[in-house]
Structure formats: structure tokens, C-alpha cells
Design a protein around this ligand. Structure first.
Ligand code: AMP
Length: 431
């Protein structure tokens, strides 16, 4: 690789986790039930609408996952639910199916369901899941309302053809509500996805609080996340009444089944060459490469493109249009490699990704963020829904070695050094 310049460590940028390490989930109910119990329950046992069962079957969901088995019966009973479950194990379907089950199939009330999350892409993904699973509930309409899109168009749509469900990002939802373009007084279902991320960012938390007080007191509140700090749990509980708390697996089991994890000891200046060797050597469907900063994402992507890799970069400094274009190109498999900052470390589901590379180790920036949480979310992009995957982490400094140890200690997992050869069966799903 000729163009093997160093990626200079640039100064900081805004895209990083603002999380604290979760404490033991002692206050959660452990509902038990491992993978072995899954097949005993079918989606039919939830007594869902026939239209939903049909869409579930078309989506190829054969058996409900653990979080679905624990979550769906409680949410469709109308209970407030706080739910922590591993990334990629079907949390989205818990609230999407419940929402679609609980809304009236024939005469749903406009603006009765509100789903909030922290990124536009995740909002679009959730909205697509609502469309997919609600395909046969033709009276129920759902729209995505996020920042970056025209607020005038959104106001017009709300005025002329208000949907029954809105999936949005907090800033834009609040803006529309404040300007009286969005009436939140009929909300019956208030749902936060990746709620730790939302509640731990002060700005987003404030927005959520202001949105929340505009909704009626009598509503169902559902909150989901892969990780919860003790403090976030406390904050989340303030939004709920007599909530059921679901905790799937304890902290140490948060790493993903089917995911092979390795590290590579490497000097900073050798990283890009090693990355290219790895990409040449491994078979992959799609790969996400995580870096620390926007300039590093841009620069590394440039190197990969110059080496003829089908790579694309995604980060917060792209315009909304560019970001959507790049996201779609990756989602639609036109590009096979995505270089990303932590903006895409969590929530977003790219089903073909089977390799995640931490080109830069997740960092603790001394602002309350926890690098082990970021690691978990990043590697969770591979091995979604129990499929096989591979995570490779570059370790360049003593500090990063310590982080690797912290990750292994926290999740009680052994991350060995990357061997010279890896059997493709370990990380490729057979057709
Ligand atoms: P999530 O954790 O919600 O991001 O879901 C991860 C992936 O699993 C998505 O592609 C879902 O469509 C898929 N999924 C969710 N539930 C099931 C299920 N019961 N069976 C198979 N795939 C599922």
C-alpha cells in the first residue's frame, strides 16, 4: 500500500458516547430463560393480530427472541416497561409489535404513538420496521420526523395528513410541538429507544422532558437500551409508573453470541497497512471500521478508496443529504466497507455486516463516557440476531492495552491475539 500516511490524532469532536459504566442490574428482574427455552414459545402465543403474525412470518422471524418473550406480553398488557437487552436481539420488534397490536386496526387515533431515538438513521430504521411489520394493518400510518428535513413539509404533513405513529429525534419533535405544529396531547404510547444515550446527553434529556410534559399523564411509557447506568435507570424511572423492569442476561453476558473477538498489537503508523492486509485476507459481506474522529474517518476512507476498496465514510460533518446517500449506499450493499465515527456505534442495524474493526480503540474522554460500553455497541454491529461475526481491535498504546483488559474483565470474555489465519466458518454464515 503506497499511500500509507499516518492518521494524525486530531483534536476531539462531538461524536462519542456520554455514558457511565452500568452498575449491577440488581434492581432489574431477571426473567431468566436462556436460548434453549426460545423454541418453546412462538409468536402465536402472544395472541397478536392475524395481520401482525402474517407480517412476522414474511419477515422470516421464526421464533421470538428472549427479549421478545419477556417484553411483548408485558408491553401488550399496557404496562410501562424499562428493558435492557443485548444489541441485535430484537428489541425494536418488542415495541413495534406492541404499538401495532395496541392501536385500533380500523380507526386508529392520529398522533397516538411517539417513538424517540438519538439519530436520524435509527429513526428511519425504526420507521421501516413499523412499515414492514405493519404492512397488513393498512389503516395505521407512521411517519419519520427528524432534523435536517424540511420543517415546513413536516408541518404541512402534520396538518393535512397526521400519522398515527411518529418516529423522531427529540430536537425536531420539540421544535414542532413548541410551534404548535405538532399536537402531543393525544399521545398514548411514549417510547424511547437507546434511551441511555438520550437521557445521558443533557440537551437531549431536556428536550425529552419538555416533550414528555406536553403529552397526557395517562399513557404507556416504554424505554429500551442495551446498557443502562445506575443514574440513567433512576432518571428513566421518573418517567414511568409501576413499571415492569426487564433485564436480559447480566452484565457479564452482554457480549454477543456468535461473535469472534480478536485484537492486534500494532503501532499507529502500521495501522492502515495492516487494515488493508486484513481486508485482503478475510472473506466479508460488509465491514464497519470505527475510528476516533471525523478527520480520521475521511482520511482512512480516502486511503481505502485509492486502494480500490468499495468504501464509504460516515460521520457528523456530512450534510444530511450526503449522510443519507452514504447510509443508503451501505445499507443497499452498493458499498461493502464503511468507515465510521461513533455516530453509528449503536442501534443501527446493517444485517450483512459480519466484521467490525476497531481501527481506533474506544476511548474514555474523561467526560463520563465509558469505553467498554462503546466497545460493546460497536462490535454489536456484527453478529446481529445471533448470526456469526468477527470483531478485530487494534491496540496501539499501553493505555489501549489497559482498555482491552477492562473490556475482557467487564464482559468476562477472552479476546485473543488475531491468528495468522482464521477459519471462515468462524465468522461467515453459511447460506
Ligand atoms: P434489533 O435488535 O431490534 O436491532 O434487531 C436486530 C435484527 O434482528 C433486525 O434485523 C430484526 O429484523 C431481526 N429480528 C428481530 N426479531 C427477530 C426474530 N424473532 N427472528 C429473526 N430475526 C429477528
Amino acid at each position: 500500500m503506497e499511500n500509507n500516511e499516518d492518521l494524525i490524532a486530531y483534536s476531539d469532536e462531538e461524536e462519542h458516547e456520554t455514558k457511565k459504566k452500568p452498575e449491577n442490574a440488581d434492581q432489574f428482574k431477571n426473567t431468566g430463560g436462556g436460548y434453549s427455552t426460545l423454541h418453546a414459545t412462538g409468536f402465536k402465543d402472544f395472541l397478536l393480530k392475524a395481520e401482525l403474525l402474517r407480517a412476522i412470518s414474511e419477515a422470516g422471524f421464526e421464533h421470538p427472541s428472549e427479549v421478545q418473550i419477556s417484553g411483548i406480553p408485558r408491553t401488550i398488557e399496557g404496562k410501562d416497561v424499562l428493558c435492557q437487552a443485548k444489541s441485535g436481539m430484537g428489541k425494536t420488534a418488542v415495541f413495534v409489535l406492541s404499538l401495532l397490536q395496541l392501536l385500533d386496526s380500523k380507526n386508529p387515533e392520529p398522533l397516538s404513538g411517539l417513538v424517540l431515538c438519538h439519530t436520524k438513521e435509527l429513526a428511519h430504521q425504526i420507521n421501516r420496521e413499523i412499515h414492514r411489520l405493519g404492512k397488513y394493518l393498512t389503516a395505521i400510518k407512521s411517519e419519520c420526523i427528524v432534523g435536517g428535513d424540511s420543517i415546513d413539509d413536516q408541518s404541512k404533513m402534520l396538518k393535512n395528513n397526521a400519522p398515527h405513529i411518529i418516529v423522531g429525534t427529540p430536537g425536531r419533535i420539540l421544535d414542532l410541538a413548541r410551534k404548535n405544529h405538532l399536537d402531543l396531547s393525544h399521545i398514548k404510547f411514549f417510547i424511547l429507544d437507546e434511551c441511555d444515550k438520550i437521557l445521558e446527553q443533557i440537551d437531549m434529556r431536556k428536550d425529552i422532558q419538555q416533550i414528555f410534559v406536553k403529552t397526557p399523564q395517562d399513557k404507556q411509557v416504554l424505554m429500551f437500551s442495551a446498557t443502562f447506568s445506575k443514574e440513567t435507570k433512576k432518571t428513566a424511572r421518573k418517567f414511568m409508573q409501576n413499571q415492569e423492569e426487564i433485564f436480559i442476561d447480566d452484565e457479564t453476558k452482554l457480549t454477543l453470541h456468535g461473535l469472534q473477538q480478536y485484537y492486534v498489537n500494532i503501532r499507529e503508523e502500521e495501522k492502515s497497512k495492516k487494515l488493508i492486509d486484513i481486508l485482503d485476507a478475510l472473506l466479508f459481506n460488509q465491514v464497519i471500521i470505527f475510528v476516533r474522529t471525523v478527520p480520521r474517518a475521511i482520511h482512512l476512507n480516502k486511503i481505502l478508496v485509492e486502494c480500490n476498496f468499495p468504501s464509504i465514510a460516515i460521520h457528523s460533518q456530512l450534510s444530511t443529504d450526503e449522510r443519507r446517500k452514504n447510509y443508503t449506499a451501505f445499507k443497499d450493499f452498493q458499498k461493502r466497507i464503511m468507515v465510521s465515527t461513533d455516530v453509528f456505534a449503536r442501534g443501527v442495524d446493517f444485517e450483512r455486516v459480519n466484521i467490525v474493526i476497531n481501527y481506533d480503540m474506544p476511548e474514555n474522554r474523561g467526560d463520563g463516557s465509558d469505553e467498554t460500553d462503546t466497545y460493546l455497541h460497536r462490535v454489536g454491529r456484527a453478529g446481529r440476531f445471533g448470526t456469526k461475526g468477527l470483531a478485530i481491535t487494534f491496540v496501539a498504546t499501553e493505555e489501549e492495552k489497559a482498555t482491552l483488559k477492562k473490556i475482557q474483565d467487564r464482559f468476562v470474555v477472552s479476546i485473543p491475539e488475531l491468528p495468522d489465519e482464521i477459519d471462515t466458518d468462524q465468522y461467515m454464515n453459511q447460506a
